[in-house]
Each structure stands twice: as structure tokens, then as C-alpha cells.
Design a protein around this ligand. Structure first.
Ligand code: 5GP
Length: 205
């Protein structure tokens, strides 16, 4: 067996593009992939569970984690803080486990600085009007929040240059298939595992 480190998959995209749904579905299909649970100071939405969807923290608790250097990245977005706890991720990657981070662009840029070998994937909506329909349709935000999220979308899309791949999310099934193809291709990239491949065959000499 060729020894492989896990992939750090960073999935971003404007609110409503469907990155959450895509990530949820790939986790259903692929038990070998783990989702990183973020911490946030936002209030839980109906049905969200602490420790499953997010670790819901007070501003003070969040600041303490920042001060202790416990985040791989963190950002303030739509008036709340969000951050990726470091602890579990590094261990997973070393053990060959693939990890998905579903985070926005400021955070993705920080991850790229400290972990350039991550795979950066941008989920796009088919159009801006479809994006608005989806944000309104899910009914989880107030009118004010919807406007805030929608007005950020184009600025966010302009940051696509920081990413390696894009997926246009017309339907979840096709998008998840495309994500799986990206994962397969990345797992077979020579530059990632060159030394391990040579080592494996050297052992047989
Ligand atoms: P929501 O409030 O809809 O759950 O998330 C708002 C935005 O925050 C989404 O774009 C989501 O991807 C992003 N987000 C969630 N967790 C994190 C995190 O740990 N770090 C960063 N930078 N963004 C996050």
C-alpha cells in the first residue's frame, strides 16, 4: 500500500449556493470522509444541535480560543464569528483521513497560507437570481439577513481565483459526483505522493 496523508478539502461559496447540502450528501455516501465541526458565536437555528452542526459559543468563549491559538482559521462574517478548531484536523490528516471544511473565503485564504496542499473548491449557483430564490426558500434567515447575504454574493464570487476547482450546483447529485471526481484525481496526483510511491517499490527490491 502507498502511504497517503488525508486530503484537506476546503469548500466555499456564497450563502445559498448549496455547499452545505453537497457536503452533507458526500458524507452520507463516503464514510471515509469526516466533516470538521466549526465553532460559531451565531445563535443556533431551529433543529441545529450543539457539537453536531456547530459548537455554539459565547463571544467570550470564542475569544478565549482565539487567544489560545486553538483555531486553524477564523473569520467574522455577517456579524458573527466562525472558526475551525485545529485539534482534530491535524490528527485526521496524519492518519490518512480526508477532512472537509465548509468555510467562507477569508477563512479559506488563511488555511491556504498555513496548509497549501489543501484542495480548494468553490461552489457556484447557476445564477444570482437562483441564489436569491434558494436563500429566501430555505426560510432560515430574516429579510435583513437575506439581503446581507445576497448583497455579498458577487463580491464573494470574485474571490474564486484563490480556488483550485469550481462546481456549478445545478443539482446535488451531479455536484456530489463532481466532488468525488475531484477527490479521486487529487488522490492520484503524483506530486502529492511521489516519495511514498518510490519508497513502496524500493521496499520490494
Ligand atoms: P451559516 O451561518 O449559514 O451556518 O454560515 C455562514 C458562513 O460561515 C458560511 O459561508 C459558512 O461556510 C461559513 N463558515 C462556517 N463555519 C466556518 C468556519 O469555521 N470558518 C469560516 N471562516 N467560515 C465558516
Amino acid at each position: 500500500m502507498i502511504k497517503r496523508k488525508g486530503l484537506l478539502l476546503v469548500v466555499s461559496g456564497p450563502s445559498g449556493a448549496g455547499k452545505g447540502t453537497i457536503c452533507k450528501e458526500i458524507l452520507n455516501r463516503r464514510k471515509d470522509i469526516k466533516l470538521s465541526v466549526s465553532a460559531t458565536t451565531r445563535k443556533p437555528r431551529e433543529g441545529e444541535v450543539d457539537g453536531v452542526n456547530y459548537f455554539f459559543l459565547s463571544k467570550e468563549e470564542f475569544s478565549k480560543m482565539v487567544d489560545n491559538g486553538e483555531f486553524l482559521e477564523y473569520a467574522s462574517i455577517y456579524g458573527n464569528f466562525y472558526g475551525t478548531p485545529k485539534s482534530a484536523i491535524i490528527e485526521c490528516l496524519e492518519n490518512g483521513q480526508d477532512v472537509i471544511l465548509e468555510i467562507e473565503m477569508q477563512g479559506a485564504r488563511q488555511v491556504k497560507e498555513v496548509y497549501g496542499e489543501g484542495v480548494f473548491i468553490f461552489v457556484l449557483p447557476p445564477s444570482l437570481s437562483e441564489l436569491k430564490n434558494r436563500i429566501v426558500g430555505r426560510g432560515t434567515e430574516t429579510a435583513d439577513e437575506i439581503e446581507k447575504r445576497f448583497s455579498c454574493a458577487f463580491e464573494e464570487i470574485k474571490q474564486i481565483d484563490d480556488y483550485n476547482y469550481f462546481i456549478i450546483n445545478k443539482d446535488v447529485d451531479t455536484s456530489v459526483r463532481e466532488l468525488e471526481e475531484i477527490i479521486s484525481a487529487e488522490k492520484n496526483k503524483v506530486t502529492r505522493y511521489k516519495e511514498n510511491i518510490i519508497e513502496k517499490f524500493r521496499e520490494e527490491l
